[in-house]
Design a protein around this ligand. Structure first.
Ligand SMILES: Cc1cc2nc3c(=O)[nH]c(=O)nc-3n(C[C@H](O)[C@H](O)[C@H](O)COP(=O)(O)OP(=O)(O)OC[C@H]3O[C@@H](n4cnc5c(N)ncnc54)[C@H](O)[C@@H]3O)c2cc1C
Length: 453
């Protein structure tokens, strides 16, 4: 344990601990601190690289690094103020979106952009500019952020928004924690559009067929995502379900029980081997599809359950076991999706890649810097972590660049700087702005080092 001076009376303890990226791809022992006072964040860590950590749910190693001091922000989880009439709330960065939802929903308000697990933090949502199931209508997380209080040892605490320090605000929303520590943020809420979700299931025989439904349902304002069997078998590849949700008003209790099973990157690794593999993947995917067929085509489900499908049922991730999984999410322009999806199927089946499932979501937005945003369809693929999966993902990088797509850097722990340079037109601008803001590059992670940022 090391001790660093923080102020006249305080010391900050740096302990060594093990950190694993959520996909199991990066595993390090690193110095970390878990401060619970603002003055501890001001501790003089000298020139040593550091990075803020939310809850650690990123598949990529965005909040850890081997020679990086990890600053765990989970103890900064308070509401600073809440003005329901103005639909604004100020929270510390370590507050989870599940807790935020619990508090705001009781006042008839919510954040319209919500990633799929309640223990993810507000800081992590801002830094990765995350998206929810309604990215085609509500955009990405930045749309909910009014201002941010950012701390960088060389600049002190700075309030950044769309009028003051706008370029730093833009760099921080989707800046992967590299501009400094987000201490707190003022978020804009919207009226809760309903207390439950009327969910429809549409069964499809392939990913290309699903595209049409996804586009038209999203255009009608429905929150939509899909699930497809991606086991490398040509007869079954792509069979799946399009889930479309519209908000309905019901009994307010239907917000549902808001508790959840808390998995972490380490608890996820409990099983010694992957249950997803070969014939078992095919059997489990078929069983899932049949179990969904037995459900009514339209059902009403609590909003909490719709927003966070993995809250009660995180087993999908556990089943990958200790070796973990590979996740890849790419955003493909609308006019190139069919071609991309056909190529994806051809390569997965042809190479017998250890793929498990694919999911599609519609996006509408503007791409800038290193943000996963733009117009198109987000295609997410899960594979069993293995040599074959790593080789296949190199082919996927080539396909993504060929079809003018962008990979999501927070979802894939092995993307290279050359792939990101090739796919993101503003890679160099992001890098230059970051170096101008932080010339000694105090904020670093395995992700930033791998991507040469
Ligand atoms: C089950 C599950 C479902 C998911 N669903 C979605 C989804 O629907 N849409 C989506 O976009 N993503 C989704 N994700 C990914 C997740 O939303 C992002 O990876 C998010 O960034 C994780 O936030 P975190 O709090 O766990 O932060 P971490 O993973 O610890 O960190 C993420 C990044 O945020 C930075 N960061 C965290 N806190 C701060 C802070 N206070 N100051 C500065 N930087 C900070 C870190 O440095 C790092 O770069 C999902 C992940 C899981 C496990």
């Amino acid at each position: 344990m090391k001790v660093v001076a923080a102020g006249r009376m305080d010391v900050v303890r740096l302990e060594k601990s093990r950190f694993v990226s959520f996909d199991g791809g990066v595993d390090v022992y690193a110095d970390y601190q878990c401060p619970d006072r603002y003055r501890m964040l001001h501790a003089d860590l000298g020139e040593r690289p550091r990075i803020a950590r939310g809850a650690g749910y990123s598949s990529a190693a965005a909040s850890l690094g081997v020679s990086t001091t990890i600053i765990d922000m989970s103890r900064f989880d308070r509401i600073l103020w809440f003005n329901p009439a103005e639909r604004r709330i100020a929270v510390e960065a370590g507050m989870t979106i599940g807790d935020l939802f619990r508090i705001t929903a009781r006042n008839g308000l919510w954040l319209p952009v919500q990633p799929g697990y309640p223990a993810i933090t507000v800081g992590g949502c801002i830094a990765a500019n995350v998206h929810g199931k309604n990215s085609a209508t509500s955009g990405t997380f930045e749309a909910c952020v009014e201002d941010i209080l950012l701390f960088h040892p060389k600049h002190g605490e700075v309030r950044i928004d769309r009028t003051n320090h706008y370029s730093l605000f833009k760099l921080t929303c989707g800046g992967y924690g590299l501009t400094g520590i987000i201490l707190s943020a003022v978020l804009r809420l919207e009226p809760l559009p309903g207390t439950a979700v009327a969910m429809e299931r549409h069964f499809v025989s392939g990913c290309v067929e699903a595209l049409k439904s996804v586009r038209s349902l999203a255009a009608n304002g429905k929150s939509t995502y899909t699930w497809h069997d991606a086991a490398p078998v040509s007869q079954t590849f792509g069979r799946g379900i399009v889930y479309a949700g519209s908000f309905v008003s019901g009994d307010s209790d239907i917000l549902g029980p808001m508790d959840y099973r808390r998995m972490t990157a380490l608890s996820r690794c409990r099983f010694p081997f992957s249950i997803w593999s070969g014939v078992r993947t095919r059997a489990m995917n078929s069983a899932y599809r049949w179990s969904e067929k037995l459900q009514p085509r339209a059902t009403e489900i609590p909003l909490f359950k719709w927003l966070y499908p993995f809250a009660k049922c995180p087993y999908f991730f556990y089943l990958f076991g200790r070796q973990g999984f590979c996740e890849s999410q790419v955003l493909i322009p609308n006019d190139r999706c069919e071609g991309f999806l056909q190529d994806l199927q051809r390569h997965i089946v042809g190479k017998k890649a250890p793929a498990v499932c694919v999911s599609l979501k519609a996006f509408k937005g503007t791409q800038a810097l290193l943000r996963f945003d733009g117009d198109g369809i987000a295609v997410t693929l899960f594979l069993v972590r293995s040599k074959e999966a790593q080789e296949f993902l190199q082919t996927l990088d080539t396909l993504t660049a060929f079809w003018h797509g962008i990979p999501n850097v927070i979802k894939d722990s092995r993307l290279s700087s050359s792939t990101i340079r090739a796919c993101y037109p503003e890679y160099t601008i992001f890098r230059e702005q970051l170096h101008k803001h932080d010339p000694s590059r105090l904020f670093q992670s395995e992700l930033s080092q791998r991507l040469d940022l």
